[in-house]
Design a protein around this ligand. Structure first.
Ligand SMILES: [Zn+2]
Length: 1021
């Protein structure tokens, strides 16, 4: 049912005690969902005919071009016509069915309809004739997406459905038919959303062949290590693609013959078509284990003239049932298919799966592992935009802004929903589409900035002054910010979206000078002015529209409160402003950075007291010393030559490296240079070494005082392709750690999975692409270790955006940071991945944290990595305003420090979501961020008191929902399945709890890796 509004404050309870004030609840339908399914027949092959359209939220055309059907030169596709046309055809016959997936399109179409048309559509939904599947804003990519983004985009789409159609609009099935590989975390998210199954079309061709032979095209996927969670999901793989069988595409964009059923016609073809289909059905049925199979009838942007499709499908069903033997065709949906096989299988056990479906390959030389890195600048922007979206939503809730006024946030919610599409963040769209995505995201970021400004205007003032406008510098990564460069007196507000105190180093682009930075207590902080050296300036030239900064002002922002801010007051001093020359001179010396160019052959070392990094005579890293123990290491930027077209003498001749596929030309990566020129800068807070490898590749290796990791900021581009060779650039780190062919990668930034070189856990791999066949998506971290007992050494890289990565040799890890290619790889995008940037080629800058530890001393490697990964993922967000107020005046007028939480949360708990929801309620997601066995104490279940979570509000009501916030948890029930492995019997009971304590307060327990979602009511304290 439609989630009722929580109108009257009630005490925390188990979903029993809220009172609805929803004035017009959706009438509970009697015939949607499983009740609307056509029953299967015994003794025959039951063929579920599933009409569908696959509507990419941007790919060859932009989102709007697809919706309106413009630019037919790119592709004949118009979503508004598809939905118009399908609705007309559904109305004609109650037997017909259709499923729809992408809410980015459907919600727009809905807004344009009359009340009469809306009533018709609602009836179709309530009768199960139109069913929503997946139901997110888009069908998201599974490799380049972070779990925070996936959950948000699914929630935003399903919220539209819930608001519009109530219970009958609630999706029950995941439908990831096109994404290029499938993650364990995605499946886990679907399970936690209460889904009964997930289907997809793309798995490795060898895996598919072997599964067909073993009748293991369907299975129960165990998606988490935590046995207490409802963590498994029925998973179905298509026989081939998601399109109709050969000869049976009746769409206006197809060329297959329609059913010609007049016996008088010379072209009469009914008997032949039925025979062809019967053969297809019977061949297909051999690979599936029940008497049901699914016939997906649709393809990309099909059904613009739905009458053609339905008229012929009607005939296909009628004639096949009449003329073929042992088959029973009927219109159906994926959910009805799942229900049918669930009924038929009963207690018969299903095969299981625990790993994931990466990497995906559809021939021996087409590993779709290039898109893990394609369009790296956009991937970085999407990740940063998530941090800002979370901050924006948190502040809106904490400021008590009217829940009705969410338009400025909605804009970013939509754009981030689009960005998760499997041709958006994946980087597999055309260049003009990529530019459109960037523009939409930028405009939405500006909207959310306005919302943050509004929130700060309510949260910060305590005196008579109004808060001056806040400015946000989106180009801080290229050292550009107008306020910090031009103002002699400004304040920086650092907002921390994490649930724990954070200490971070701030870097602000400034002009040379002497600076005083005061923390909220008025204490003067140690600062360091780091010159922007020529090497870094030159290589980012194409990304820097305007900046006159000569230096970066560095200071430590210590103990930024959880879900809170600190304001730093910054003054640029000069003799002109009345200070003594001697004071200025001594300050200048204190703040300065020693800069020098390394001599040829000189061995450089930089240290922060905890660790030191040593460079060899060629200017490359040769070792890192941690706690007095030296770990020998090499690190370099290297490049693979992308396979060109027409390169070989095999049938795979036309398979170059492209937007999707990573296919190096067979040789190993080559160093961009075997030596680097170094500029060494040392000072009070940070020491850094600028390594220039070439005029298009450089790095800064930084060690900040007190930190236990090495920061490597890489700048790559424009990648030279004048030699006619596409290039794919990796950062490779090599140690002597004997890792035994094993390495570990994250799954959408959350779980950590074991990988083994040249090996797949459930099928036999023939190594045809020794490099790209070992590439995996890295959203957060990759590591190698020499011990399964947490006793040895670990080497890890933590990244700031999704990238491809691997370990090709023991002790070695690499991440691909950029790629520029000259040929299309023939999977549809029709363009080489050759991003122009501002003209000569895209320049990209990003950050890796390098963690090396010679002795784990009993600690699980992930326990060392998770804090760094959290730090990278949720970096504080800064805003700026120039001011003429004195520090005291500022402090008297504005809060300079404030936490949104009553107290920081335990180290294993993160507030994944705090956002305004509807009618004054808010959405709260609490997350346990450690998996089983990762830490001696932090991997234990953790209990929180919910009532007093926030500093300024009492949580007076909290009702738990499923992960997608579209169903009360207490009302969620999933189909039971039986598996052969006793440890994972379904259905699994949720053993976590929410209980009322004797104090009257409510405690919530989180199990390892568990996320719990609540709709809460907050009242000011
Ligand atoms: Zn697609």
């Amino acid at each position: 049912m439609k989630l009722p509004f929580i109108g009257i404050v009630s005490l925390l309870a188990f979903g029993c005690c809220w009172i609805t004030t929803d004035a017009a609840p959706q009438q509970r339908a009697s015939s949607c969902g499983y009740d609307s399914c056509t029953p299967s027949k015994p003794g025959v092959i039951n063929v579920h005919v599933v009409p569908h359209t696959h509507d990419d939220v941007g790919w060859l055309k932009t989102v709007d071009q697809y919706y309106y059907g413009s630019k037919t030169g790119y592709q004949r596709a118009g979503v508004q016509y598809i939905i118009d046309s399908v609705i007309k055809e559904l109305v004609k016959d109650p037997a017909r069915r259709f499923i729809y997936v992408e809410m980015a399109f459907f919600s727009q179409w809905w807004q344009e309809q009359t009340e009469e048309k809306k009533a018709v559509v609602k009836q179709l939904v309530e009768e199960g004739r139109l069913e929503f599947i997946n139901g997110g804003w888009c069908m998201n990519d599974e490799a380049g997406t972070h779990y925070n983004d996936i959950i948000d985009q699914m929630t935003w789409g399903m919220r539209f459905l819930n608001d519009t159609f109530g219970e009958c609009g609630r999706p029950k099935i995941g439908w990831q038919i096109d994404p290029f590989g499938h993650s364990r975390e995605q499946a886990s998210i679907f399970a936690s959303m209460g889904f009964d199954g997930v289907f997809f079309g793309r798995i490795d061709w060898v895996d598919r062949t072997q599964r067909k032979a073993k009748k293991e095209m369907e299975m129960i996927w165990h998606t988490s290590n935590s046995p207490g969670e409802p963590n498994s999901i029925f998973t179905g793989i298509f026989y081939e693609h998601y399109s109709a069988p050969n000869g049976f595409c009746f769409d206006v964009v197809c060329r297959d013959e329609p059913f010609i059923d007049s016996p008088r016609s010379a072209d009469y073809n009914v008997v032949k078509k039925v025979k062809d289909l019967e053969a297809h059905i019977k061949a297909k049925a051999l690979s599936y284990s029940t008497s049901n199979i699914m016939l997906t009838m649709g393809d990309d942007f099909n059904y613009m003239s739905a009458d053609m499709n339905f008229k012929n499908m009607d005939k296909m069903i009628r004639y096949t049932n009449e003329l073929a033997s042992g088959v029973n065709l009927f219109y159906s949906t994926p959910s009805c298919y799942v229900k049918a096989i669930n009924n038929e299988a009963g207690s018969r056990p299903w095969p299981t799966k625990t790993d994931d479906f990466f990497p995906y390959s559809n021939d021996p030389h087409a590993y779709w592992t290039g898109y893990f890195t394609s369009r790296p600048a956009y991937k970085g922007t999407v990740r940063k935009a998530n941090t800002f979206l979370q901050s924006c939503k948190q502040l809106h809730s904490l400021a008590g802004q009217s829940a009705g006024g969410q338009n400025l946030i909605d804009s970013l919610r939509r754009s981030m929903g689009e960005a998760q599409h499997h041709d958006a963040v994946a980087g597999t769209e055309k260049e003009h589409v990529s530019q459109d995505y960037r523009l939409r995201l930028h405009d939405s970021l500006v909207d959310c900035q306005k919302d943050v400004g509004n929130s700060f205007s309510q949260l910060l003032p305590i005196g008579s002054q109004a808060l001056p406008p806040q400015e946000f510098c989106l180009h801080l990564n290229v050292s550009q910010c107008a306020i910090t460069e031009s103002s002699s007196r400004f304040v920086t507000t650092v907002y921390n979206p994490r649930s724990h105190e954070v200490t971070t180093y701030v870097r602000l682009p400034v002009m040379n000078g002497v600076y005083t930075v005061l923390d909220p207590d008025g204490s003067e902080l140690i600062v360091q002015l780091v010159p922007l050296v020529n090497a870094a300036l030159r290589s980012i030239e194409t990304e820097r529209p305007k900046s006159s900064a000569t230096h970066e002002l560095v200071f430590q922002a210590a103990s930024i409160p959880a879900l809170g801010h600190k304001t730093f007051y910054i003054v640029k001093s000069s003799a002109r402003h009345g200070q003594q020359h001697s004071t200025i001179t001594s300050s200048r010396e204190r703040q300065s950075t020693t800069v020098r160019m390394a001599e040829a052959g000189e061995r450089i070392a930089v240290s922060n007291g905890k660790l030191s990094v040593n460079f060899d005579a060629n200017g490359l890293i040769e070792s890192v010393v941690v706690d007095g123990v030296t770990v020998m290491m090499s690190q370099n930027l290297m490049w693979y030559a992308g396979m060109n077209e027409g390169n070989a003498n095999s049938i795979f001749d036309d398979r170059p490296s492209g937007a999707y596929v990573f296919r190096p030309n067979g040789t190993d990566a080559t160093p961009i240079s075997t030596q680097a020129t170094l500029i060494v800068q040392t000072g009070a807070l940070v020491s850094e070494v600028y390594q220039q490898f070439s005029d298009w590749a450089s790095q800064v290796v930084r060690v900040y005082k007190g930190q236990s990791d090495v920061e490597i900021e890489w700048t790559v581009g424009p990648i030279p392709v004048g030699d006619g060779i596409g290039k794919e650039i990796v950062s490779r780190v090599t140690t002597q750690i004997p890792s035994g062919g094993r390495f570990y990668t994250d799954s959408n930034g959350r779980q950590t999975l074991l990988r083994r070189r040249d090996f797949r856990p459930t099928w036999t791999l023939d190594v045809t692409e020794p490099v790209s066949g070992n590439y995996y998506p890295i959203n957060s971290h990759i590591y190698v270790t020499d011990s399964e007992q947490n006793a040895g050494a670990v080497l890890a890289l933590v990244n700031d955006r999704s990238q491809g990565g691997t370990s090709l040799k023991d002790g070695q890890i690499e991440l691909m940071v950029h790629r520029r290619l000259l040929y299309d790889d023939h999977f549809g995008v029709g363009e080489p991945l050759n991003e122009p940037g501002d003209g000569p080629g895209l320049v990209v800058r990003g950050t890796h944290y390098l963690l090396v530890n010679p002795s784990l001393a009993g600690n699980h490697p992930v326990s060392l990595i998770r804090p760094l990964a959290q730090q990278m993922f949720m970096r504080p967000w800064m805003s700026f305003s120039a001011t003429s107020l004195s520090f005291t005046n500022w402090k008297n007028n504005f809060r300079t420090e404030k936490s949104g939480l009553r107290a920081p949360l335990p180290d294993n708990v993160h507030i994944l979501t705090l956002e305004p929801w509807r009618d004054g309620t808010h959405l709260l997601r609490l997350e346990h961020v450690y998996d089983i066995g990762e830490h001696s104490t932090l991997s234990e279940p953790v209990t929180l008191i919910l009532d007093d979570l926030l500093a300024d509000y009492t949580i007076t009501s909290a009702v738990e929902t499923t992960l997608g916030a579209n169903q009360w948890a207490s009302e969620s029930s999933r189909l039971p399945w039986t598996t052969a492995d006793a440890n994972h019997q379904q259905p699994l009971k949720k053993v976590s709890s929410k209980t009322r304590q004797s104090s009257g307060k409510t405690s919530v327990t989180l199990l390892p890796m568990e996320i719990r979602t609540f709709i809460i009511q907050m009242t000011p304290k």
